[in-house]
Ligand binder design. Structure first.
Ligand SMILES: NC(=O)c1ccc[n+]([C@@H]2O[C@H](COP(=O)([O-])OP(=O)(O)OC[C@H]3O[C@@H](n4cnc5c(N)ncnc54)[C@H](OP(=O)(O)O)[C@@H]3O)[C@@H](O)[C@H]2O)c1
Length: 479
């Protein structure tokens, strides 16, 4: 891949940032262009094709759901930073848990990084609490860390708690809470302790370990100087904003209700806030390590970091740098009318993606008997048809070049249920990951032929139901 602004003669190492348009990515790309040629990866066509105004920055359009696109985007890159999560919708209908989408994204990135000989991936994950209860968000960050490391590229995982800086959703919620509510009831979980870190300190941590995979391989807990409860953070926010607020914790406010209430109070997308609130209940403990030792001197206290979150004039939290993209992206998804559906399948011992794919189509005929027939041709492509009257519902052409035992890729190439003029590259992929523990069954960019409301309330739930049954079927075999 060659870009207009790509300087092939530059002696600077080449760094790709996945998630460069986000809260942390924006700060990092501003600080790293002095030392690196920075390639900012984005799904957004608008962003990728906008006139380039940041010196030393090259944007590459890349949807991490496409392995081919990531491989192309990482060509010629030396180092990479991974800041992606899938809590914000990426299609008109998504039938998938964010944690499952995150596995697919991270595995594509890890594969592409290994193939391109990337020397190091730096990942920002979450601080893992002591004890056995780990929230779904934190567990997902942990899984992403494992998936990124599973293909052999050295990974430096920085595990951080709340990151406080301009555009951060959690620090923005603190400001919104105090600005909007005279009385602030908090769930009991708000008494748990954490180590917030200021965005400039996180940037320092990344700068410190980037380019040094031998020295900083593995995971490192990082945090600021204060060990605070969320309740204290709300109080300090009220002091900073000079607002008199009644703040108390109550057992009458369960965590789920608090997450729901945050939707109405906070301005960040609810999908981002709810998992953060569900991660509150446990004290997070920072384990000492050499990187944290280097950060301690000069680390910003929470109050100072919070002051940087505010827009000086309006005393409001600065928005996430991606905020202007949200509206146009939503409209684009609506217009495109595409579907993404991802399920995690526990792999029976000794099997692989090729087996799961073949087994799926055979099982489908049995599961939908007597309505559906599935047939396979000599190339391994499948057709799903209505039995009587015989009508082709879906044609799935196997892409032999992209397919291996660990990954089977089928192009959705027609049939009564698929729009042939869909804007994306509709495909059904089976991808084995995490040391063959799971196979992800993923439909990407599928354009349904049925009118959208009809599809939404008939075919979509039926597909969801079928996939859950298949998941259970294989889970039984795996036992
Ligand atoms: N914020 C915190 O307090 C905090 C604390 C601890 C850890 N972290 C972790 O740090 C990371 C970054 O967080 P953040 O707050 O900066 O997130 P953010 O502002 O919401 O940005 C997320 C980024 O992910 C990219 N992305 C999502 N799906 C993608 C896809 N399919 N292909 C390519 N890019 C995709 C988006 O890029 P485009 O839309 O441009 O494609 C966006 O730049 C996350 O992993 C998060 O869990 C954050």
């Amino acid at each position: 891949m060659t870009d207009m602004h790509d300087d092939q003669t530059s002696p600077k190492p080449r760094l790709a940032i996945a998630g460069a348009s986000g809260f942390i990515g924006t700060a990092l790309r501003h600080h790293l262009t002095d030392d690196y040629q920075v390639f900012a990866l984005t799904r957004s066509m608008t962003l990728a094709r906008a006139p380039q105004r940041e010196a030393g920055l090259i944007r590459r359009e890349c949807d991490l759901f496409s392995l081919d696109a990531v491989k192309a985007a990482l060509r010629g890159i030396d180092y990479a930073i991974y800041l992606v999560h899938s809590l914000v919708p990426s299609s008109r209908l998504t039938q998938a848990r964010p944690a499952d989408m995150d596995l697919v994204l991270a595995d594509n990135f890890a594969q592409a990084a290994a193939e391109n000989g990337i020397r190091q991936i730096v990942f920002v994950g979450g601080l893992i609490p002591e004890g056995f209860h780990i929230s779904p968000l934190l567990w997902s960050r942990r899984e992403v860390e494992m998936v990124l490391a599973a293909r052999g590229t050295p990974v430096t995982a920085l595990r951080a708690g709340l990151v406080v800086g301009p555009g951060g959703s959690a620090s923005g919620l603190l400001i919104d809470l105090v600005r909007r509510l005279p009385v602030i009831p908090l769930p009991m979980a708000a008494r748990s302790l954490t180590r917030p870190i200021a965005l400039p300190d996180l940037v320092r941590a990344v700068r410190c370990c980037l380019g040094q995979p031998e020295r900083y391989r593995g995971h490192f807990d990082i945090g600021g100087p204060d060990c605070l409860s969320y309740e204290t953070m709300v109080r300090q926010t009220a002091t900073l904003l000079e607002r008199q607020r009644t703040i108390f914790t109550t057992p009458l406010l369960p965590l789920r209700l608090a997450a729901l209430a945050a939707r109405f109070v906070g301005r960040a997308p609810p999908a981002l806030l709810a998992p953060v609130i569900e991660s509150l209940p446990q004290d997070t403990i920072l384990r000492d390590n050499p990187l944290q030792a280097r950060l301690t001197a000069g680390a910003l206290p929470f109050r100072e970091a919070l002051a940087g979150v505010l827009d000086e004039h309006r005393r409001r939290a600065l928005p996430n740098p991606r905020a202007p993209l949200i509206g146009p992206e939503r409209t684009r998804h609506r217009r495109a009318g595409l579907v993404r559906s991802i399920q995690r399948i526990i792999l029976p011992p000794g099997q692989d993606a090729a087996w799961v794919a073949g087994n799926y189509f055979r099982w489908l005929e049995r599961a939908l008997w007597p309505f559906v027939v599935t047939t396979c041709d000599a190339e391994g492509s499948w057709t799903v048809s209505l039995r009587a009257p015989r009508r082709r519902l879906l044609s799935l052409r196997k892409l032999a070049v992209q397919s291996t035992a660990q990954r089977q890729v089928y192009r959705i190439a027609g049939g009564l249920l698929s729009r042939s003029d869909g804007p994306g590259c509709a495909r059904f992929e089976f991808q084995t990951l995490l040391g063959e523990r799971y196979t992800m069954a993923a439909i990407h960019d599928y354009a349904p032929a049925l009118p959208w409301p009809l599809y939404r309330w008939t075919q979509a739930p039926i597909h969801g139901w079928i996939m859950v049954r298949y998941q259970r079927h294989l889970a039984r075999l795996a036992r």
